[in-house]
Write a new protein. Structure first.
Length: 164
């Protein structure tokens, strides 16, 4: 997915899709999470401009919609990389070696949690729990859950040669 111009308005097709989503609910605002995820699927994040457009389409205030968007950690309100790594920050993952996995990811990608690689390929974000404790440490890369992580698995998952 490439970044599209987030300074432009939503397309007519995108507005129609959001309006159609809203039609499935008794109240338009019921479609807010679905609409935010839809916008994000096209732009990688929900810009202020797009948030305002969605709010108008759903008869919501920008503040109310932003409250929803910032509550859910899978809705991004600022740009992220093409691939997002959520590294589990639960007690189970810490006990099972999350710190070493975190260090490996940071060393291989050259970024700290909350940062994106200079080429825009990866963003590393902590997440409270992925619910994969029986396979700790765990991470979510885009929509794929990975468990039983160690340095070698990180290299394989990220497609990085260990000699690098």
């Amino acid at each position: 997915m490439s970044i599209v111009d987030t300074d432009s308005d939503l397309t007519a097709e995108q507005r129609d899709a959001i309006t159609a989503m809203a039609g499935h609910y008794d109240h338009k605002r019921g479609a807010c999470i679905e609409a935010l995820k839809y916008v994000q699927s096209h732009y990688r994040f929900v810009s202020d401009r797009h948030l305002a457009e969605v709010a108008t389409l759903l008869d919501m205030s920008c503040a109310d919609l932003d409250g929803v968007a910032t509550y859910y950690n899978l809705i991004f309100r600022r740009p992220v990389g093409e691939h997002v790594i959520f590294l589990c920050d639960s007690v189970s993952c810490w006990i099972m070696g999350r710190d070493a996995v975190n260090q490996r990811i940071r060393a291989r990608l050259g970024i700290e949690p909350g940062e994106t690689t200079p080429d825009g390929a990866y963003t590393l974000l902590p997440i409270v729990c992925l619910g994969h404790c029986d396979h700790a440490p765990a991470m979510l890369l885009d929509e794929t859950l990975h468990g039983d992580l160690d340095a070698a698995r990180i290299d394989t998952i990220l497609g990085i040669q260990s000699e690098r």
